[in-house]
Design a protein. Structure first.
Length: 258
Protein backbone atom coordinates (compact mmCIF):
# COMPACT_ATOMS: atom_id res chain seq x y z
CA UNK A 1 0.00 0.00 0.00
CA UNK A 2 1.21 3.50 -0.80
CA UNK A 3 2.65 5.06 2.33
CA UNK A 4 0.22 7.99 2.59
CA UNK A 5 -2.97 6.25 1.41
CA UNK A 6 -4.90 6.06 4.70
CA UNK A 7 -3.61 9.17 6.45
CA UNK A 8 -3.60 11.18 3.22
CA UNK A 9 -7.21 10.39 2.38
CA UNK A 10 -8.29 11.16 5.95
CA UNK A 11 -6.52 14.51 5.66
CA UNK A 12 -7.89 15.52 2.26
CA UNK A 13 -11.43 14.18 2.59
CA UNK A 14 -11.56 15.29 6.21
CA UNK A 15 -10.67 18.82 5.14
CA UNK A 16 -13.39 18.73 2.51
CA UNK A 17 -15.94 17.72 5.15
CA UNK A 18 -14.73 20.30 7.67
CA UNK A 19 -14.94 23.03 5.03
CA UNK A 20 -18.40 21.98 3.88
CA UNK A 21 -17.08 20.92 0.48
CA UNK A 22 -17.82 17.22 0.94
CA UNK A 23 -19.81 14.91 3.15
CA UNK A 24 -18.54 12.97 6.18
CA UNK A 25 -19.87 9.72 4.74
CA UNK A 26 -17.92 10.33 1.54
CA UNK A 27 -14.83 10.89 3.68
CA UNK A 28 -15.46 7.66 5.56
CA UNK A 29 -15.85 5.65 2.35
CA UNK A 30 -12.63 7.09 0.89
CA UNK A 31 -10.58 6.52 4.03
CA UNK A 32 -11.88 3.00 4.62
CA UNK A 33 -11.33 1.88 1.02
CA UNK A 34 -10.81 -1.88 1.08
CA UNK A 35 -10.33 -2.06 4.86
CA UNK A 36 -12.86 -3.77 7.07
CA UNK A 37 -13.33 -1.01 9.61
CA UNK A 38 -11.98 2.35 10.82
CA UNK A 39 -12.61 3.71 14.30
CA UNK A 40 -11.38 6.84 16.09
CA UNK A 41 -10.58 6.45 19.81
CA UNK A 42 -9.77 9.00 22.50
CA UNK A 43 -11.71 11.98 21.18
CA UNK A 44 -12.50 14.55 23.87
CA UNK A 45 -16.13 14.15 24.85
CA UNK A 46 -16.41 10.59 23.52
CA UNK A 47 -16.08 7.63 25.90
CA UNK A 48 -15.91 5.02 23.15
CA UNK A 49 -14.32 4.69 19.75
CA UNK A 50 -16.47 6.29 17.05
CA UNK A 51 -16.85 6.20 13.28
CA UNK A 52 -15.07 8.57 10.90
CA UNK A 53 -18.20 10.70 10.28
CA UNK A 54 -18.88 11.07 14.02
CA UNK A 55 -15.22 11.89 14.63
CA UNK A 56 -15.23 14.65 12.02
CA UNK A 57 -18.35 16.14 13.57
CA UNK A 58 -16.78 16.05 17.02
CA UNK A 59 -13.58 17.65 15.75
CA UNK A 60 -15.58 20.47 14.18
CA UNK A 61 -17.42 21.04 17.44
CA UNK A 62 -14.06 21.27 19.22
CA UNK A 63 -12.97 24.10 16.93
CA UNK A 64 -10.91 22.12 14.42
CA UNK A 65 -10.82 23.93 11.08
CA UNK A 66 -8.45 21.69 9.12
CA UNK A 67 -6.15 18.69 9.07
CA UNK A 68 -2.52 18.31 8.05
CA UNK A 69 -0.60 15.17 7.12
CA UNK A 70 2.84 14.30 8.52
CA UNK A 71 4.96 11.38 7.29
CA UNK A 72 7.96 11.07 9.62
CA UNK A 73 10.94 8.78 9.13
CA UNK A 74 14.02 8.21 11.30
CA UNK A 75 16.22 11.26 10.91
CA UNK A 76 13.38 13.39 9.53
CA UNK A 77 10.73 14.41 12.04
CA UNK A 78 9.80 17.64 10.24
CA UNK A 79 6.15 18.42 10.77
CA UNK A 80 5.78 16.71 14.13
CA UNK A 81 4.79 18.83 17.13
CA UNK A 82 5.72 17.71 20.63
CA UNK A 83 5.63 16.03 23.03
CA UNK A 84 8.32 13.43 22.44
CA UNK A 85 5.89 10.62 23.26
CA UNK A 86 3.72 11.63 20.31
CA UNK A 87 6.75 11.87 18.03
CA UNK A 88 7.58 8.28 18.95
CA UNK A 89 4.04 7.11 18.20
CA UNK A 90 3.92 8.87 14.85
CA UNK A 91 7.36 7.63 13.88
CA UNK A 92 6.39 4.05 14.67
CA UNK A 93 3.18 4.40 12.62
CA UNK A 94 4.92 6.21 9.76
CA UNK A 95 2.13 8.79 9.54
CA UNK A 96 -0.17 11.00 11.57
CA UNK A 97 -2.85 13.60 10.99
CA UNK A 98 -2.50 16.84 12.98
CA UNK A 99 -5.39 19.22 13.55
CA UNK A 100 -5.44 22.88 12.62
CA UNK A 101 -7.64 24.63 15.14
CA UNK A 102 -9.10 27.99 16.02
CA UNK A 103 -7.60 29.92 18.91
CA UNK A 104 -8.37 28.26 22.22
CA UNK A 105 -9.23 24.90 20.68
CA UNK A 106 -7.24 21.82 21.68
CA UNK A 107 -4.31 20.76 19.50
CA UNK A 108 -4.75 17.10 18.59
CA UNK A 109 -3.29 14.43 16.36
CA UNK A 110 -4.64 11.13 15.04
CA UNK A 111 -2.22 8.21 14.84
CA UNK A 112 -3.18 5.02 12.96
CA UNK A 113 -2.55 1.43 13.95
CA UNK A 114 -3.60 -1.58 11.90
CA UNK A 115 -4.74 -5.05 12.93
CA UNK A 116 -5.63 -7.87 10.55
CA UNK A 117 -8.98 -9.65 10.71
CA UNK A 118 -10.71 -12.27 8.57
CA UNK A 119 -12.72 -9.45 6.98
CA UNK A 120 -9.70 -7.28 6.21
CA UNK A 121 -7.62 -4.70 8.03
CA UNK A 122 -9.10 -2.94 11.06
CA UNK A 123 -7.67 0.54 11.57
CA UNK A 124 -7.75 2.40 14.86
CA UNK A 125 -6.98 6.12 14.96
CA UNK A 126 -5.80 7.14 18.43
CA UNK A 127 -6.37 10.80 19.26
CA UNK A 128 -3.59 12.34 21.35
CA UNK A 129 -3.00 15.85 22.65
CA UNK A 130 -0.04 17.65 21.08
CA UNK A 131 1.70 20.96 21.56
CA UNK A 132 0.42 23.89 19.54
CA UNK A 133 2.73 24.86 16.67
CA UNK A 134 1.61 27.17 13.86
CA UNK A 135 0.91 25.15 10.71
CA UNK A 136 2.57 23.87 8.61
CA UNK A 137 5.08 22.93 11.33
CA UNK A 138 8.14 23.41 9.10
CA UNK A 139 6.77 21.50 6.10
CA UNK A 140 6.76 23.17 2.66
CA UNK A 141 3.81 24.93 1.11
CA UNK A 142 2.29 23.32 -1.95
CA UNK A 143 4.15 25.72 -4.25
CA UNK A 144 7.47 24.97 -2.56
CA UNK A 145 6.78 21.24 -2.68
CA UNK A 146 5.93 21.38 -6.39
CA UNK A 147 9.27 23.00 -7.20
CA UNK A 148 11.25 20.59 -5.04
CA UNK A 149 9.40 17.60 -6.50
CA UNK A 150 10.13 18.69 -10.08
CA UNK A 151 13.82 18.88 -9.22
CA UNK A 152 13.62 15.56 -7.38
CA UNK A 153 12.06 13.81 -10.35
CA UNK A 154 15.00 14.89 -12.51
CA UNK A 155 17.43 13.64 -9.88
CA UNK A 156 15.52 10.37 -9.55
CA UNK A 157 16.02 9.50 -13.20
CA UNK A 158 19.79 9.68 -13.00
CA UNK A 159 20.00 8.15 -9.53
CA UNK A 160 17.91 5.11 -10.41
CA UNK A 161 19.83 4.63 -13.63
CA UNK A 162 23.08 4.56 -11.66
CA UNK A 163 21.55 2.07 -9.24
CA UNK A 164 20.55 -0.24 -12.12
CA UNK A 165 17.00 -0.63 -10.80
CA UNK A 166 14.95 -0.67 -13.98
CA UNK A 167 17.05 -2.84 -16.29
CA UNK A 168 14.50 -5.42 -17.45
CA UNK A 169 14.02 -7.50 -14.30
CA UNK A 170 10.63 -9.19 -14.28
CA UNK A 171 10.04 -8.65 -10.56
CA UNK A 172 10.86 -4.95 -10.90
CA UNK A 173 8.51 -4.64 -13.87
CA UNK A 174 5.69 -6.31 -11.93
CA UNK A 175 6.28 -4.08 -8.91
CA UNK A 176 6.22 -0.96 -11.07
CA UNK A 177 3.01 -2.15 -12.74
CA UNK A 178 1.33 -2.67 -9.34
CA UNK A 179 2.53 0.75 -8.25
CA UNK A 180 1.03 2.41 -11.32
CA UNK A 181 -2.34 0.76 -10.67
CA UNK A 182 -2.31 2.00 -7.08
CA UNK A 183 -1.34 5.52 -8.10
CA UNK A 184 -4.06 5.71 -10.75
CA UNK A 185 -6.77 4.62 -8.29
CA UNK A 186 -5.86 6.94 -5.41
CA UNK A 187 -9.05 8.52 -4.04
CA UNK A 188 -8.90 12.31 -4.32
CA UNK A 189 -11.71 14.69 -3.32
CA UNK A 190 -13.09 16.85 -6.11
CA UNK A 191 -12.55 19.91 -3.90
CA UNK A 192 -8.77 19.35 -3.77
CA UNK A 193 -7.25 21.77 -6.25
CA UNK A 194 -5.90 20.22 -9.46
CA UNK A 195 -2.24 21.01 -8.83
CA UNK A 196 -2.47 19.40 -5.40
CA UNK A 197 -4.01 16.31 -7.01
CA UNK A 198 -1.20 16.20 -9.57
CA UNK A 199 1.38 16.51 -6.80
CA UNK A 200 -0.19 13.67 -4.80
CA UNK A 201 0.03 11.42 -7.86
CA UNK A 202 3.58 12.46 -8.84
CA UNK A 203 4.97 12.24 -5.31
CA UNK A 204 3.26 8.89 -4.69
CA UNK A 205 4.72 7.53 -7.90
CA UNK A 206 8.23 8.77 -7.02
CA UNK A 207 8.08 7.39 -3.49
CA UNK A 208 6.84 4.06 -4.81
CA UNK A 209 9.62 3.87 -7.39
CA UNK A 210 12.17 4.57 -4.70
CA UNK A 211 10.73 1.72 -2.61
CA UNK A 212 11.02 -0.60 -5.60
CA UNK A 213 14.67 0.43 -5.79
CA UNK A 214 15.20 -0.46 -2.14
CA UNK A 215 13.48 -3.82 -2.61
CA UNK A 216 15.47 -4.73 -5.72
CA UNK A 217 18.11 -6.89 -4.04
CA UNK A 218 20.41 -7.17 -7.03
CA UNK A 219 20.59 -3.40 -7.43
CA UNK A 220 23.42 -3.49 -4.91
CA UNK A 221 25.56 -6.57 -4.35
CA UNK A 222 28.22 -5.19 -2.04
CA UNK A 223 28.13 -3.21 1.18
CA UNK A 224 29.55 -0.21 -0.63
CA UNK A 225 26.83 -0.36 -3.28
CA UNK A 226 24.16 -0.76 -0.60
CA UNK A 227 25.42 2.39 1.08
CA UNK A 228 25.54 4.18 -2.27
CA UNK A 229 21.90 3.29 -2.91
CA UNK A 230 20.79 4.46 0.53
CA UNK A 231 22.62 7.77 0.19
CA UNK A 232 21.24 8.37 -3.31
CA UNK A 233 17.64 7.67 -2.34
CA UNK A 234 17.43 9.37 1.06
CA UNK A 235 17.06 12.98 -0.17
CA UNK A 236 14.61 11.91 -2.85
CA UNK A 237 12.43 10.12 -0.30
CA UNK A 238 12.46 13.26 1.82
CA UNK A 239 11.35 15.44 -1.10
CA UNK A 240 8.58 13.00 -2.04
CA UNK A 241 7.26 12.62 1.51
CA UNK A 242 7.25 16.37 2.12
CA UNK A 243 5.46 16.92 -1.18
CA UNK A 244 2.79 14.41 -0.15
CA UNK A 245 2.33 16.20 3.17
CA UNK A 246 1.83 19.52 1.38
CA UNK A 247 -0.43 18.18 -1.36
CA UNK A 248 -2.77 16.04 0.76
CA UNK A 249 -2.99 18.97 3.22
CA UNK A 250 -3.36 21.75 0.62
CA UNK A 251 -6.85 22.81 1.72
CA UNK A 252 -5.51 23.58 5.20
CA UNK A 253 -2.65 25.86 4.14
CA UNK A 254 -2.82 28.94 6.39
CA UNK A 255 -2.28 31.26 3.42
CA UNK A 256 -5.64 30.27 1.95
CA UNK A 257 -7.22 33.14 3.83
CA UNK A 258 -10.27 31.34 5.18
Amino acid sequence: MLVSRRAGTLTAFGNAALLGLGGPDEASDAVTGGDALHRVAGLPGEDDAVSIPLALGRLRSLGVTGLRLVLPEPGDLVGLPGPASFSGQALAAGSAVVTVAASGAPSLALVPSVAASDRGDVVRWDVVAVEFVPAPHGLPTLSEAERALAEGMRDATSALDVLDVARGRDDVARALSRLEREVRTLPLPASLEPRAQRTVVSASRLLGILQVAVDADSAAVTAAETQQRAEALRPLRRVARHALCAAWSAAAEPTRGR
